[in-house]
Design a protein around this ligand. Structure first.
Ligand SMILES: [Fe+2]
Length: 373
């Protein structure tokens, strides 16, 4: 029997399965949503996914905002505020950037002010309006999390909005929507989900239900990510990855992430690189740094990765990265060595580092970043 105190929360209702998107209209009718703003980006539109969604909304009063950028800025999110006002529901269709943007937009639509009013922990004063999150990638878990990351280019920083009130009302997770994702995006987003799962397990807020979900997610990502990268149309692989990303998202909302995410936020803010790629670059070195503090947990993680020891588990993560073709070093993605101090400083100031099981000194973190360089 588990003795430690913990709390576990999942405010979002989930519809999961190939074809789940087909339930959207029924959901709108059931809830009495007669007007909607669809929040998306140009890539989703070009991939033809927006059409599949709007095909269901005949007779409803809807508008589309497709101005969300990767690593979304406050400005691109606030560009949707006027369109959102007075609409019954926001429907977010896209990857983590789009879903996070819609969550931040929903706070502004409901409570007024600007996006940065809601920066930090629990700054959203109460429940927000209805939000349907429909992911088109398998990684971020944003469809169920309480967090939205926004980028402030003037500060070269990614900032978090964290509140249970940001969690979408409904997540429609349809793996079919990920069928045409290019291999690199599949790899990056899958490794983001892996990082969520690994970091949650060793976090200072780790808890047993989140652990179960995270371990299962690691097993599925190990098994299916290389398959989905090599054969994008393999729906068994796609469905398992969508499920793994979802469960890793539920897990990390309750257990939180750690130092790999602190570094990823620093790298994403400075160089506008894909979030999942930044996580992957930081993950193995973070695991090495934490190993002795959480050896038993890293043994469980290794088992889920199909490795025999905690050390081999870390090697397995590197192998997985190579297998799916992502770069292994910061220099490979254009990070200049002269920026190592800046990266260290930003990562140390990032709130997620507080949940890491071992707190690094500035020197230790700089040495770690140097090692990944
Ligand atoms: Fe992440």
């Amino acid at each position: 029997m588990q003795e430690a105190f913990f709390s576990f929360e999942l405010p979002t209702r989930i519809l999961f399965g190939v074809g789940a998107l087909g339930n959207l209209r029924l959901e709108c009718d059931t809830h009495g949503w007669k007007s909607a703003l669809i929040v998306t980006d140009s890539g989703v539109r070009q991939a033809g996914l927006l059409e599949r969604l709007t095909a269901q909304l005949e007779g409803l009063d809807y508008a589309v905002y497709d101005g969300i950028l990767p690593n979304p800025t406050v400005q691109c999110i606030e560009g949707a505020v006027a369109l959102a006002q007075g609409r019954d529901v926001l429907i977010a269709l896209g990857g983590g950037s789009v879903l996070d943007s819609a969550k931040a937009l929903n706070a502004v639509k409901t409570h007024g002010g600007s996006v940065l009013h809601y920066e930090g922990n629990d700054a959203v004063p109460g429940p927000c309006g209805p939000l349907v999150a429909i992911p088109t990638t398998a990684g971020t878990g944003s469809e169920v999390t309480f967090i939205a990351m926004v980028t402030v280019p003037e500060r070269q920083q990614k900032l978090p909005l964290v509140s249970r009130y940001l969690a979408p009302t409904l997540a429609i997770v349809d793996p079919e929507l990920t069928r045409t994702l290019p291999p690199s995006v599949t790899a990056h987003t899958g490794l983001d989900a892996l990082t969520h799962a690994v970091e949650t397990l060793v976090s200072v807020s780790a808890q047993p239900i989140a652990d179960l979900l995270a371990l299962q997610a690691i097993k599925l990502i190990t098994q299916y990510l290389p398959m989905a990268v090599k054969e994008g149309e393999n729906m068994e692989a796609r469905a398992n990855l969508s499920y793994a990303a979802l469960t890793a998202g539920i897990a990390f909302s309750n257990g939180w992430t750690g130092m790999a995410h602190a570094l990823a936020h620093a790298l994403g803010g400075l160089y506008d690189l894909p979030h999942g790629l930044c996580c992957a670059l930081a993950l193995p070195a973070t695991m090495e740094f934490n190993l002795e503090t959480q050896r038993a947990k890293y043994e469980q993680i290794a088992q889920a990765l199909g490795a025999a020891s905690a050390q081999e588990g870390i090697a397995r993560v590197r192998e997985l990265m190579r297998e799916v073709g992502v770069p292994m070093r910061l220099r490979d993605v254009g990070v200049p060595e002269s920026d190592l101090d800046k990266i260290t400083e930003l990562a140390l100031a990032d709130g997620t580092i507080l949940f890491n099981p071992r707190q690094p000194s500035a020197e230790e973190l700089r040495a770690l970043v140097q090692k990944v360089f």
